[in-house]
Design a binder for this molecule. Structure first.
Ligand code: NAD
Length: 327
């Protein structure tokens, strides 16, 4: 019989790509989101526009015993959205309500396998003050001290999924994503993350011009290309390991280094100007020892490869946008 999957947050960046991947594997796929994906037509067999904060809607969407459920819906954004403090109540209320609703509806349908995407933002701030030596080993999560309410909600929801495993015999799987990027992601408007922001700024810059980069440029991060994120997600859901486990790249780079990479890919001569802006922690990198040990797999594609594919897509979007405005 054809396998079935539900993707919550299918109109989003990772969800949109995940639907494509599951379709390529031969699944019947239902997607649900507040909106369609802005960048690509959905390939889902059935796509429900609806609000997962609404318990009745969630019960209607989870109307059968799906073989696999991926819960990716969350109220999120780039550093400009999460770290200002202005959206804290919404972030916590909306995302927690979605997780409570989806997980309970799955339990009531006797669905066993639910994937939940937590985030590296749940790691304690004090372990991420040294940009050259951040600690993001899974067991460093406690005593907890995330730097944002977004991180606290992720921590709560991680525990919620694992509690359903213990108390209700479910087989939920929890991953902590570290900065996922790639084509068909948000690239403008304030919710885009660093790789997309760098590609856009460089694509928009004139040869001989300059771009602005938030902070002193020495804060470090790692970035994982979307295809590898999907590979890790699917491998984890189908494995016998519940997590939480990091899904991220361990190729750490300073933000100015990322900007230089985008400039180099563009072939233009562009200067970097560091300006004050919202930052987040000083350093973050994925620790891949646990995923390697438990799944026998870890991401391996270089950042440069992923940035080249992403730059090409964003440069095309910038060009289309420019032509639309000129017309
Ligand atoms: P995204 O914002 O593109 O996708 C999330 C989707 O959830 C959006 O399409 C949004 O419309 C939908 N959504 C929000 N509230 C909803 C509601 N009430 N009802 C229905 N749909 C709703 O984000 P993404 O980058 O695809 O991330 C997917 C998941 O992975 C999120 O849970 C996010 O926290 C987690 N994550 C992502 C990253 C990353 O780097 N992209 C890093 C860590 C964790």
């Amino acid at each position: 019989m054809q396998k079935t999957a539900l993707v919550c947050g299918a109109g989003g960046f990772i969800g949109g790509h995940l639907v494509k991947r599951l379709k390529a594997e031969g699944f019947w796929v239902r997607g649900v989101d507040l909106k369609f994906n802005e960048h690509a037509e959905t390939q889902a067999d059935d796509f429900v526009i609806g609000d997962l904060r609404d318990q009745r809607l969630v019960r209607e969407v989870i109307d059968r015993r799906f073989d696999e459920v991926y819960q990716l819906a969350a109220d999120m954004g780039g550093a400009g959205y999460i770290f200002t403090g202005e959206n804290d109540a919404d972030i916590m209320h909306n995302s927690a309500t979605i997780n409570l609703n989806v997980l309970d509806a799955c339990h009531k349908r006797n669905i066993k396998r639910v994937f939940y995407s937590s985030s590296a933002c749940m790691y304690p701030e004090h372990n991420q003050l040294d940009p050259d030596n951040p600690n993001c080993a899974e067991d460093s999560a406690y005593p907890a001290n995330p730097d944002s309410e977004y991180g606290w909600e992720k921590l709560f929801s991680e525990r919620l999924y694992l509690a359903y495993n213990r108390n209700h015999g479910m087989e939920c799987r929890v991953a902590r994503y570290h900065n996922i990027f790639g084509p068909e992601g948000t690239w403008t408007g304030g919710k885009e993350k660093a790789p997309a922001a760098m590609c856009r700024k460089v694509a928009e810059a004139a040869d001989g011009g300059s771009i602005e980069v938030w902070g002193d440029g020495k804060q470090t991060r790692s970035f994982l290309y979307i295809d590898e994120c999907l590979e890790g997600t699917i491998r984890l859901l189908r494995s016998d390991f519940e997590g939480p486990v990091n899904i991220g790249s361990d190729e750490m780079i300073a933000i100015n280094g990322l900007a230089k990479m985008a400039i180099d890919i563009s072939g233009k001569s562009v200067a970097i100007k560091n300006i004050p802006g919202p930052l987040g922690v000083r350093g973050r990198n994925s620790d891949n020892r646990l995923i390697r040990q438990r799944l026998g797999w870890a991401p391996s594609e270089t950042l440069r490869d992923g940035m080249e594919k992403t730059y090409a897509w964003i440069a095309g979007e910038v060009m289309r946008d420019h032509n639309r405005r000129a017309a």
